[in-house]
Design a protein. Structure first.
Length: 198
């Protein structure tokens, strides 16, 4: 879930920036400090904007920079268990598919891709069902549900587990076929033709 928070903090203006616009310096310094970081209460901080109310500078011993109070807003993303998300398959591995949801990738374990067995075809590469013919490959757009969230100190170390097994999730064409009551399958030992069964 995306949210906007109001934040107050102090930033430093180095001597080489004394003649620059204070709000522009603040935006630059605060962006370096906050963007792509994780706050345990707010989530992943994506952007700093709307810098305002920059206070007069304070000087401290042995520090040539001026220190200013400032107010600003941040755009954040906080994933929550049971939240339905949409994203693109960014990578495939034998154990599952990574899906890009906002600023982070979530993992759909192979057992959570669909309510049927899928095997990993390295040549394509894709996950494929011999039963229904459905497949999942890199670049596919999918709907998924967040199962668990483990936010650490960095985005790289954080982990999100996803599932696409509940009805209505997965690739849009899977959802359409389910809601229309159709099931595509390839008969055992058949010619490889597909049939539609209502």
């Amino acid at each position: 879930m995306y949210k906007i928070y109001s934040v107050s903090d102090i930033f430093k203006v180095p001597p080489e920036s004394f003649g620059d616009d204070l709000e522009e310096v603040a935006l630059k310094e605060l962006s370096k400090r906050y963007e792509s970081t994780i706050d345990k209460d707010m989530g992943i901080i994506l952007a700093v904007f709307n810098v305002k109310n920059v206070s007069d500078g304070m000087l401290y011993p042995n520090d040539p920079a001026t220190h200013h109070g400032v107010e600003f807003e941040v755009l954040t993303y906080m994933p929550h268990p049971d939240e339905i998300v949409a994203g693109e398959v960014s990578e495939l591995a034998e154990f599952g598919a990574f899906v890009k949801i906002g600023p982070i990738d979530g993992l759909v374990h192979v057992s959570q891709i669909a309510n049927e067995f899928l095997s990993f075809d390295r040549k394509v590469p894709a996950f494929v069902s011999k039963k229904s013919g459905i497949s999942l490959k890199k670049g596919d757009f999918v709907y998924a549900k967040i199962s668990t969230v483990s936010l650490k100190n960095t985005i790289k170390d954080s982990k999100i587990a996803l599932t696409m097994r509940p009805e209505g999730l997965g690739k849009p064409e899977w959802v359409s076929a389910t809601t229309q009551g159709y099931k595509k399958f390839v008969p055992r030992g058949g010619s490889g033709r597909s049939k539609q069964q209502r």
